[in-house]
Design a protein around this ligand. Structure first.
Ligand SMILES: Cc1cc2nc3c(=O)[nH]c(=O)nc-3n(C[C@H](O)[C@H](O)[C@H](O)COP(=O)(O)OP(=O)(O)OC[C@H]3O[C@@H](n4cnc5c(N)ncnc54)[C@H](O)[C@@H]3O)c2cc1C
Length: 348
């Protein structure tokens, strides 16, 4: 068997699993992608891609590499699947404090922020689509992935080019790299927040960070821009908007809560006064790490067991390039970025 025809079994068809599957298939490997259909991160995500971290008004990690790559990745997939799910959406940050406004003015002078920040103009100070007491700034290079059509279409593409198995992974059926009597060369675990249950990688330090969103109806909010202050607002058409998200570290359930609903509506009151109608509420769990870096690599003892996890709160920005680097590591032996390599924990 040639290297490019290695057989992979991937466990988990969230953003991690489908990204790895796509990259492996593109490089000629055989892929079976298994999922139990209990998805609680990728399916509820807003899919937003924002190159800035507003809290500290910094650029996101490796953003200069991620943005060009993700545009090619998602647009290429749209073409290959003959579908549409990747969209540009302008983001306007309504400054929360005078200090945030000052940070923006300072950063907009810097050459390395030029790609991502518009200079603040008089129109940004007088913007009236939301409360704007400290002025506002418009971010460049901002996008969102429409999650439902993305997963529907890419999973169909994967099933046309490999195999989609709808079942629960049962570790007692795995013997070496043979699963349920089928021989594979490698097993890749992409189980998101469920990784702590994993027999081989469960001890890695992955946090379960709950997030909730609301879908609302509003007559006041603008439909052509995503406003952001204490929460994000993503227009969905027909006067409906997704807003969120909360961050909770102590509740690993996927139930929606009254507390989160109240918190999001309170955050929205910093943008508009309207009493909006809540149409829906969703909860999911982000697989996060303390150092905010993904968890990628190979088990120290079981050399054909691998992990791809820890995409955190910015999965849709990271996944396209990180999954390519991961697959180049698996197939071509290219070293992983030390920042993402699980070797940094030395305990698997
Ligand atoms: C409320 C919320 C909003 C978010 N908004 C954004 C956003 O706007 N932009 C952004 O970039 N990111 C966002 N994220 C983060 C993003 O969703 C994650 O980074 C990403 O989805 C993680 O994908 P994953 O595949 O690693 O995990 P998951 O999506 O959890 O996928 C893991 C998969 O593995 C399957 N699985 C697990 N165990 C087994 C088993 N034993 N057998 C079979 N299958 C199994 C699960 O069913 C699931 O389908 C958000 C997250 C939340 C919760």
């Amino acid at each position: 068997m040639t290297r490019s025809k290695r057989n992979f079994l991937i466990i988990g068809a969230g953003l991690s699993g489908v990204s790895v599957a796509i990259q492996l298939i593109r490089k000629g490997a055989n892929v079976a992608l298994m999922d139990n259909c209990v998805n609680f991160s990728s399916s509820v995500a807003a899919g937003m891609i924002n190159p800035l971290v507003f809290r500290r008004m910094t650029k996101s990690w490796r953003v200069d590499e991620f943005i060009p790559h993700l545009k090619t990745f998602y647009r290429g997939l749209e073409t290959e699947t003959n579908s549409s799910f990747f969209h540009e959406i302008p983001i306007r940050r309504l400054f929360s404090t005078e200090q945030e406004h000052d940070f923006w003015l300072e950063k907009q002078e810097r050459e390395d922020f030029e790609l991502y920040m518009n200079r603040v103009t008089d129109a940004d100070y007088s913007y009236s689509g939301g409360k704007n007491p400290f002025g506002s700034g418009r971010v460049k290079e901002t996008y969102y992935v429409e999650v439902q059509p993305f997963f529907e279409n890419v999973k169909k593409w994967i099933s046309d080019h490999g195999a989609l198995l709808t079942e629960e992974f049962d570790s007692t059926l795995l013997s070496g790299t043979q699963y349920n009597d089928v021989a594979y060369d490698d097993i890749v675990f992409c189980q998101g927040y469920l990784n702590p249950n994993n027999e081989w990688f469960g001890s890695l330090p992955l946090d379960q960070t709950k997030g909730e969103t609301l879908t609302i109806k509003s007559k006041q909010l603008p439909e052509d821009i995503s406003l952001n202050r204490k929460c994000f607002i993503l227009p969905q058409g027909d006067q409906t908007f997704k807003i969120g998200s909360t961050y909770g570290w102590s509740d690993p359930t996927t139930h929606v809560t009254e507390e989160a609903r109240a918190e999001i509506l309170n955050n929205l009151s910093y943008i508009i006064d309207e009493k909006v109608e809540v149409l829906d509420q969703a909860a999911g769990i982000r697989p996060t790490t303390r150092d905010r870096r993904p968890l990628l690599g190979t088990h120290t003892e079981f050399k054909n067991y691998h992990i791809f996890n820890g995409l955190g709160a910015k999965g849709f920005m990271l996944a396209p390039l990180i999954s390519l680097e991961f697959v180049e590591y698996l197939l071509d032996g290219k070293p992983l970025d030390k920042e993402v390599d699980i070797a940094r924990y030395n305990n698997s």
